[in-house]
Design a protein. Sequence first.
Length: 81
Amino acid sequence: MSRSIHVRLDDASTAALDVVAAGGMTESEAVRTALRESAARRLASSALREEVQALAADARDREEMRIVREQLAELAPRSSS
């Protein structure tokens, strides 16, 4: 099912549309592309945020990271001051 919308663009949005459409797309194609790309970024960001929250809640993972930090600190060069 196709859906038609009408929007009033401000100057910044008009400039952004020009950038997206610069590859030879029609304005409609550019808007559809921009919407799909924006949705994909939001979904990826949401998935990453959920993964970070899951890792932060994982006590075993936090302990493993603490051990790795300690091991890396032992390998780091000592300051001479």
